[in-house]
Design a protein around this ligand. Sequence first.
Ligand SMILES: [Zn+2]
Length: 169
Amino acid sequence: MFDVHLSLVDLRRLCDAQQEMQGHISLAKLPGSCSYMQSDAGAAWVWLKFQRSHDSHLVITGQINADGLQMVCQRCLNLVTLPLKTTVNLIVLGPQQQIDQLSVEYDPWVISGKRMKLIELIDHELMLNLPIIAVHPNCEIQTKYGDRKQQIDSNANPFGRLAQLLPKN
Ligand SMILES: [Zn+2]
C-alpha cells in the first residue's frame, strides 16, 4: 500500500538510491483532485521511479492509473465515471532554480525543502490531467424533440453543406 509513503520523504535520498515505489491509493486521499470531482470514490494505482538526470537534477518518473473518477458529463449533465492514465515526468527544482536552463523533456516541480509528501505530488499530477470537459464516451443526448439522429447526421460531415456552396470546376 502507498499509505506507508505518505509521510515526508527525502527526495535526494530516494533519487540517489534509485528507488521505485508502487501501490494503490484511494482518491479520497487527494483533496485537490476531489475538489473537481462529484465524489471521492475511485482509486489509483501509482508507480514512481526516483533517479538523477545526467546533470544530477532530481528526477521523478512514473505512471498514475486512476479508475472510477466521478465527474459531470458536460453534454447530458449526468454523472460519468471515467478512468485516467497519467505519465509522471518531473524534474525537481528548488525555489531559486531557473526553469529555462533545464531540459524540456521534464515538467518542473518546485519544492521549498529537501523533503516533500508524495501524496501532494500524486494529487497535483492527477489534478493537472483531469479532463477539462468530461463527457460520456458515447453520450446520447435525449432532447424532447427526439432529434438525436439529425445531430449525428450533421456531425458526420461538417463540411457537407459547405461543399454544395463552393463553385465546381
Ligand atoms: Zn453524457
